[in-house]
Write a protein that binds this ligand. Structure first.
Ligand code: HEM
Length: 113
C-alpha cells in the first residue's frame, strides 16, 4: 500500500509527500519482516524454498541503497530519472518475488511441535 502511494507521489512529482512515503514504506517493510520472522519461528520450512526466498529478500534489501542514491541524485537534476526508475523497478520486483516465495514456502511448511 505505502509502496504504491510512494510510486504515485514520485510520478506526480510531489516531492515532500514522496520522501515521507519512502520513510513509511521503509519502516513498514522492516516491521513486516520482523513480524514474519517471529511468525515463521514456529514453522519448519523446505530448505531450498527458504534459500530461494532469502536470496530474493537479501537482494531486495541490497537494492534499496541504489534507490536512495539515485533518488538523492534526482533531487538536483533530472538526468538520474531513468536510473531511479530502474532501481525502483528492481527493488519493487525483488520485494514482489520475496513475498511470492514466502507464500510458496508456507504451502508445505510443518508446524514445530
Ligand atoms: C521505495 C522507494 C522509492 C520508490 C518506490 C520511488 C519511486 C519513484 C518514482 C516511480 C518516481 C517517478 C519517476 C518518473 O517521473 O519517471 C520517483 C521520483 C523521484 N524520487 Fe523516488 N522512489 C523511492 C525512493 C526515493 C528516495 C529515497 C528519494 C530521495 C532520496 C527519492 C527521490 C525522488 C525524486 C527527487 C523524484 C523526482 C520527483 C519530481 O519529478 O519532482 N525517491 N520516485
Amino acid at each position: 500500500m505505502f509502496l504504491v502511494l510512494t510510486i504515485r507521489s514520485g510520478k506526480m512529482g510531489l516531492r515532500n509527500r514522496h520522501y515521507l512515503l519512502v520513510t513509511l514504506t521503509f519502516f513498514s517493510l522492516v516491521g513486516a519482516i520482523w513480524q514474519a520472522e517471529l511468525f515463521g519461528r514456529s514453522f519448519e520450512f523446505h530448505q531450498v524454498k527458504l534459500t530461494v526466498h532469502l536470496c530474493f529478500a537479501v537482494s531486495a534489501l541490497l537494492s534499496f541503497p541504489g534507490v536512495v542514491f539515485t533518488g538523492y541524485k534526482l533531487m538536483s537534476g533530472s538526468a538520474w530519472r531513468q536510473s531511479h526508475n530502474r532501481w525502483v523497478g528492481a527493488f519493487v520486483s525483488l520485494v514482489g518475488f520475496s513475498v511470492l516465495t514466502a507464500l510458496y514456502m508456507f504451502v508445505d511448511a510443518q508446524r514445530k511441535a
